[in-house]
Design a protein around this ligand. Structure first.
Ligand code: MN
Length: 230
């Protein structure tokens, strides 16, 4: 059967060591580090919750390259959120936390870019967050490192600097809900499939960036992710 419109491209993220990872869905976890939950006005004791970004929100940044992202429309408060991203290689439903590791293909560094003013307005009105979280180019991501090479990532520094100034700093060991627990909760709500990306939450220190700013995110074991706003 011929497609009657141009076939949408599947977003592809480069894999360290060769190949590409086709993206199916992007899941994100909200408030998964205590200090960030507190800076957003919560206790950090809430159960995990999820939102999504469209797959084509990814901006893949190859190893050693600098990603270019356009400052988005409609916002006066674009925030950075540096996050560990888990790439699903084997799908499943009702995955137990203890069994989650075998579903992971690899890991990447990602930025959950957020139109904070629009997100705040939607929260206030009890409306969906899509416009604040799921906009074009809202998910810059570095190359995927196969778990076969990194091993399981359960601790290690996660940081972000803007124009050379430290902004965010934490440790993967501070996740309120571990990667395994996240996948357990997620897979109870949705069937996970190969190609899914899971943004696991951001440490404290989120803040605004403007056009011209240069962000450098790092996760121990995954190198760094450089993104410039234009
Ligand atoms: Mn986030």
């Amino acid at each position: 059967m011929n497609a009657v419109i141009p076939m949408p491209a599947v977003p592809l993220v480069p894999v360290v060591g060769g190949g590409v990872f086709p993206v199916r869905r992007i899941y994100c976890v909200g408030r998964n580090y205590v200090e960030h939950a507190q800076e957003m006005g919560f206790t950090g004791r809430e159960p995990p919750f999820f939102f999504m970004k469209p797959a084509d929100a990814v901006v893949p940044v190859a190893d050693g390259q600098t990603g270019l992202v356009d400052y988005p429309t409609l916002t006066q408060s674009l925030h950075h959120e540096i996050e560990l991203v888990v790439a699903i290689g084997t799908g499943g439903r009702n995955i137990a936390a203890a069994d989650a590791a075998r579903h992971i293909y690899g890991y990447a560094i990602g930025l959950d870019m957020t139109r904070r003013d629009l997100q705040g307005e939607m929260k206030k009105q009890g409306r969906p967050w899509c416009i604040g979280k799921g906009f074009d180019q809202s998910a810059p991501i570095g190359p995927i490192h196969p778990k076969a090479a990194t091993g399981e990532l359960n601790r290690g520094a996660i940081t972000l600097s803007v124009n050379g100034q430290p902004r965010q700093s934490g440790d993967l060991g501070q996740l309120i809900w571990s990667v395994g627990e996240i996948l357990e909760h997620l897979s109870a709500a949705w069937a996970l499939a190969p190609g899914d990306l899971v943004f696991t939450g951001t440490p404290a220190g989120v803040g605004a960036v403007v056009a011209g700013d240069s962000m450098v995110g790092a996760v121990e074991g995954l190198g760094s992710l450089k993104v410039t706003l234009r």
